[in-house]
Write a protein that binds this ligand. Structure first.
Ligand code: PMP
Length: 438
């Protein structure tokens, strides 16, 4: 521990200030919140000196490990050179990053706009969809999450993340491709992916018939890593384009190798018209981006500016992070070590057939959905079990995420450079934690 940590205030003092000075909607995990003070690689140390294996990475943001030496060196060098100037002046890190994203993005996606968050990126993507198509209405997915602005809350389809009844008009929500809880009570593949085909009737019945586009996550992150069937996005993107809209892939959680390919949407063989990204792009520095085809990008003719968007520090962090992701082929690591993680989680499911209803995800983005009793066909969500499980894993030194509309899904998403040994350690702790909660 550094001297810094030793002199830190006590847990009680921090929690008292948090309660007094932060709005109560800023909620923490765990009965006694975990106050993180240091991180290195896949490990985080709390205020009491306890170390944890971090399998949530600040919500899928720590792509290449905490305090990554290369990222930190790049950011420190940039900090000493130029921290901020705004987009009124071109900067070297920003154009380098834009060129890099254009090279990595599928198809004709080529022109970027940078923001300081995923919400901001989704906002601009919607604006571009509307200026390009000259249509207004939008399709999003039930169980989706797109941020905390008024528009992003309107696109989001989780009651717990929508604070006001009067939202932006013209947003319609399609059925979620949530096979474990199929909204059409069918079974894949005999369903013929009916939920995807239903998007056409949604457009025909609830819109003017001319839409601006659809925004969707390849895997619904906050929704509990809901993983659509392989054919899903080809069907919906086709329908969206038939009705004049563009298809936007929200890669805020799935981008940068997380699912085993550079972009989540690649898993579905679809070329989007735009992609949005944030979280894992810069290993923890605030940055969001939208990338669009030149035609779509050029449709926004008014001025636009985001003061901190694409700032030199975040862009230098992103350049270093993506460089590591490419050089070390972390998408392959997500596939290979992700397969070990998945097998281990399925083993845990077999050992706990009552409470673990579903295991799903891709690459290093895997989840357990906890239910009351899968063996008795009782799929009632079990948020109490999820909370107990989080407490037990924390006790044993493992940080995990939670999610899902019913807060009953455990999200497992370590850094992309995680090793097999670290995955084995996490699997052992998860197994023990299920034993402990019975
Ligand atoms: N889109 C998705 C898929 C997300 O998961 C999130 C954040 N959880 C956002 C957008 C919003 O990103 P931010 O919190 O950086 O605004």
């Amino acid at each position: 521990m550094t001297d810094n940590v030793k002199q830190a205030p006590s847990t009680d003092e921090v929690l008292e200030k948090h309660g007094k000075y932060l709005i109560p909607a800023v909620r923490n995990y765990y009965k006694e919140p975990l106050i993180a003070v240091e991180g290195k690689g896949a490990r985080v140390t709390d205020i009491n000196g306890k170390t944890y294996l971090d399998f949530f990475g600040g919500i899928l943001t720590i792509s290449v490990g905490h305090a990554n030496d290369e990222v930190n060196a790049a950011v420190t060098a940039q900090l000493n050179r130029l921290a901020h100037i705004t987009t009124l002046y071109p900067t070297l890190p920003m154009v380098e990053l834009a060129e890099r994203l254009a090279r990595l993005a599928p198809g004709k996606l080529q022109k970027c706009f940078f923001t300081a968050s995923g919400t901001g990126a989704d906002e601009v993507a919607v604006t571009l969809a509307q200026t390009y198509t000259r249509n207004h209405e939008l399709i999003a997915l039930r169980h989706g999450y797109h941020g905390n602005s008024t528009l992003a809350q309107s696109l989001t389809a989780h009651q717990s993340w929508r604070s006001l009844p009067s939202q932006i008009a013209g947003v319609k929500h399609a059925l979620s491709p949530y096979c474990y809880r199929c909204p059409l009570k069918q079974t894949y593949p005999s369903c013929g992916v009916a939920c995807a085909k239903d998007v056409e009737e949604l457009i025909q019945t609830t819109t003017t018939g001319s839409i601006a586009g659809m925004l969707a996550e390849p895997i619904q992150g906050v929704g509990g890593f809901i993983t659509p069937p392989r054919e899903y996005f080809e069907i919906v993107a086709g329908i969206v384009r038939k009705y004049g809209g563009v298809f936007i892939s929200d890669e805020v959680q799935t981008g940068f190798g997380r699912t085993g390919t550079m972009w989540g949407i690649e898993q579905y063989g679809v070329e989007p018209d735009m992609m949005t990204m944030a979280k894992g792009i810069a290993n923890g520095l605030p940055l969001g981006a939208v990338i669009a085809t030149p035609d779509i990008a050029d449709s926004l003719v008014k001025n636009t500016l985001n003061t901190f968007g694409g700032n030199p520090l975040s862009c230098s962090a992103a350049n270093a992070t993506i460089n590591i992701v490419e050089r070390d082929d972390l998408a392959a690591n997500a596939r290979e070590v992700g397969a070990v993680l998945r097998e281990g989680m399925e083993r845990i499911q077999r050992a706990n057939p009552k409470i673990v209803g579903d295991v799903r995800g891709m690459g290093l983005m895997q989840a357990f959905e906890l239910v009351v009793d899968e063996t008795a066909d009782d799929r009632t969500p079990n948020p109490t079990g999820a909370n107990l499980f989080l407490e037990e894993t924390r006790k044993r030194g493992l940080m995990l995420g939670k999610g899902g509309l019913y807060a009953n899904v455990i999200r497992v998403a370590p850094p992309l450079n995680i090793t097999r040994d670290e995955v084995d350690e996490a699997l052992r702790i998860m197994g023990e934690a299920f034993d402990a909660i019975g």
